[in-house]
Design a protein around this ligand. Structure first.
Ligand code: 7TS
Length: 404
């Protein structure tokens, strides 16, 4: 059996999505900007894809949804264009984000710091989330933008986006959320929350890699990142990637139709896996499960180094992660775990297991069995665990780590 539990890194493309995009490679291949039939033939499918994304997010007709190449592009676009529009060509000089954003936000912020922008990286609490009142306390009249992820790729923890949106609206500050780990996993209703910009990526909800989007509330001005022809109303140039846009529309529709049922089913499997793994002594799962995306577990196993565990799981045909794949090539401590107050030993033991709607009960059974065996084996050879031994009681829990 091969078990894929790294769905926060990327997902399998749903075969129905492959089917939907298929004709747009070699049959309906015209450039949608061409005036002839080869070009216009793609228009109904593009319109449908657009409608599918608007519907899925409950966006309004006044809003813009611009297709991009990925969420990294969407995130960079917002940060760099807000910098240009409101800092270089305006009277602001400050951006607020969090310590636990994806590198596509953090590295873009660091690049803007090099340009003289003041960036505040907000800390998270012991649940791994930034509290809304903390955001409020850092907003000044120089703040151009608040950028806070909707849900964490590492822990699955869901941030208080509604409250933060209200605060930004009240203060007249633009609000961007990296919605990559929320869209398709939990309900996202853009009539219910106030968000100016939302980034998303199709490959996190069973669409293909290399296509994403940026939602822009009320079509407000935002300088383009890519200048060129007048594609997407001049907001994002480059010939439209028709098959991938069609695919993203289909994928978001499939992910969000009857989402509550999908959530219930994934959550049941996730909770069963989590409960079974927490039977092991000295294990911690980060964050309250009711406030997590239903597919994610970040588990820490004292005495078992993350990379060793991954190796063992991989030998057992289970694909997992120590955290973000983007950062997992170096043997660093999990930065999110450090941010929530884990000691450095614990922060080296994080394993992220992320399910999808395609994960089966048989795969969960297999994973529980293999995971437990791996922990016994690795603890038996682990010098640090042998030295310290299990902590008295050795109880396991959903973790509220405390700051040191
Ligand atoms: N934002 C978040 C929250 C993400 O999780 C990712 C990918 C991105 C942005 C980037 O998306 P892309 O469309 O540019 O690929 N996250 C991960 C991860 O957790 N492990 O591998 C990739």
């Amino acid at each position: 059996m091969l078990v894929y539990l790294d769905n926060n890194a990327t997902t399998m493309v749903d075969p129905l999505v492959v089917e939907a995009m298929g004709p747009f490679f070699s049959e309906i291949y015209g450039n949608p900007n061409s005036l002839h039939k080869f070009g216009t033939a793609s228009h109904p499918a593009l319109k449908k894809a657009m409608d599918q994304v608007y519907m899925a997010l409950n966006a309004s007709d006044n809003d813009d949804i611009i297709f991009t190449s990925c969420a990294t592009e969407s995130n960079n676009w917002v940060l760099k264009s807000v910098y240009l529009d409101h800092i270089v060509n305006g009277d602001k000089n400050h951006i607020i984000t969090t310590e636990v954003e994806h590198p596509s936000v953090l590295a873009a912020c660091r690049a803007l710091e090099e340009e003289g922008v003041k960036v505040t990286y907000l800390p998270v609490n012991n649940q791994g989330v930034v509290e809304a009142h903390v955001v409020r306390s850092f907003i000044t009249d120089k703040t151009a933008l608040v950028s806070v992820m909707w849900a964490s790729n590492e822990t699955g923890m869901i941030f208080p986006i509604k409250e933060i949106g209200e605060i930004c609206k009240e203060k007249g500050v633009l609000f961007h959320t990296d919605g990559v780990q929320a869209v398709g996993k939990i309900p996202v209703d853009l009539q219910d929350v106030h968000v100016d910009f939302l980034s998303m990526s199709a490959h996190k909800f069973h669409g293909p890699k290399g296509v994403g989007a940026l939602y822009i509330k009320d079509s407000q001005p935002l300088s383009p990142l890519l200048h060129g022809g007048e594609h997407m109303g001049g907001r994002r140039s480059g010939t439209l990637n028709v098959p991938y846009i069609v695919a993203m529309g289909k994928a978001i529709e499939l992910a969000t139709t009857n989402i509550e049922e999908k959530i219930t089913s994934i959550r049941a499997k996730r909770d069963r896996l989590e409960d079974a793994l927490l039977e092991l002594s000295d294990t911690f799962v980060v964050g309250d499960r009711d406030n997590r995306t239903p597919n994610t577990i970040l588990i820490s196993i004292r005495g078992v180094e993350g990379e060793g565990m991954l190796w063992d799981l991989n030998n057992g045909q289970i694909g997992a992660s120590t955290g973000s794949a983007c950062a997992s090539e170096d043997l660093q401590a999990n930065t999110v775990m450090l941010a929530i107050g884990a000691d450095s030993e614990l922060a080296h033991t994080g394993i992220r297991l992320s399910l999808s709607r395609f994960t089966t009960d048989a795969e969960i059974d297999y994973t529980i069995e293999h995971f437990k065996k791996a922990v016994f084996r690795l603890r038996a050879i682990s010098s640090s665990f042998a030295k310290v031994g299990p902590t008295p009681g050795g109880e396991s829990k959903e973790c509220e780590l405390h700051h040191h």
